[in-house]
Write a protein that binds this ligand. Structure first.
Ligand SMILES: [Zn+2]
Length: 286
């Protein structure tokens, strides 16, 4: 299960930074016809989307049964994310003006394997006739957590640092257990001795900060994972989902990420970067 989740995480490559995706992904467009406004992915759909509570499922070739199964699952997963954030004010979610729901595009036939989120839309490749909900829970929740952030900030480009947005999406997806001990942590540091900060995740502020030669989010997810655990665990910084949500709201209101993070986590971002490994060592020692 863990390996499977990690493999899927490898697919979650250029997920949420539209600026980067616009630069690197024009080849993804294999059919004419703009469908999604805020993504370079403009795959055509079959003209028969189905709409649920929060989501609306589009596909190229998925059967109606698969679309319905994905719709029920996506609605359930997004509902669980809202519950995790104790979020009830649905009118305060800022969908793009042309959306009436969160679009969920089920890619079944296109060659590319994708899992990505944009303002108002997530794309997920599903090759099977029926949805294996155990296997896809992580992926749906990860992308729908990104979507939740998009809908709070109401923006085409997310305002959080890459490490933060990935860390909360990994956490809400269910997390991993790669770094559980001091030895795990020291192993990570040693393995990344040639990377900036020896793999310090807080140094990944924007997409271009990923070191050359690393497979970006798929690789750094180990470190992103332990970071959000530290921030939210009572034995760590003991912050809450409300604090995460307030970061999103402060960004909506115009704050930079560093200001929003400091105001809600009572921690200077530069200090956190400098102290990162010492803080995680202490966290894992307790
Ligand atoms: Zn992600």
């Amino acid at each position: 299960m863990k390996d499977y989740k990690f493999l899927f995480l490898l697919l979650i490559l250029v997920l949420t930074n539209c600026e980067d995706e616009n630069e690197v992904s024009p080849q993804v467009e294999i059919n004419e016809g703009s469908w999604v406004k805020y993504s370079p992915i403009k795959w055509t759909h079959d003209g028969t989307p189905i709409s649920g509570t929060f989501c609306k499922v589009y596909s190229d070739e998925a059967s109606n049964a698969l679309k319905l199964q994905c719709l029920e699952f996506a609605d359930k997963m997004f509902g669980e994310i809202l519950a995790q954030f104790s979020f009830n004010d649905l009118d305060d979610l800022r969908l793009p003006p042309e959306n009436d729901k969160i679009n969920v595009y089920i890619n079944t036939e296109h060659e590319d394997n994708i899992a990505s989120a944009y303002w108002g839309t997530i794309f997920i490749t599903i090759r099977t006739i029926a949805l294996d909900t155990n296997r896809y829970e992580y992926l749906f929740k990860h992308e729908l957590t990104h979507e939740f952030e998009f809908l709070i900030e109401g923006t085409v480009n997310l305002g959080t640092d890459v490490w933060f947005r990935e860390a909360i999406a990994i956490y809400c997806g269910g997390g991993f257990d790669y770094i559980n001990t001091i030895d795990d942590l020291e192993g990570w540091i040693t393995a990344n001795e040639n990377f900036p900060g020896q793999g310090n995740p807080i140094m990944i502020h924007v997409w271009d900060d990923f070191p050359d030669g690393c497979d970006i989010t798929g690789y750094y997810c180990k470190a992103f994972d332990i970071t959000m655990k530290y921030l939210l665990d009572p034995k760590g910084l003991n912050k809450s989902f409300q604090d995460v949500l307030n970061v999103f709201y402060d960004i909506r209101d115009g704050d930079s990420f560093s200001i929003a993070f400091q105001n809600n986590f009572d921690l200077n971002l530069i200090a956190f970067e400098d102290e990162f490994y010492d803080r995680i060592r202490d966290f894992l020692t307790d």
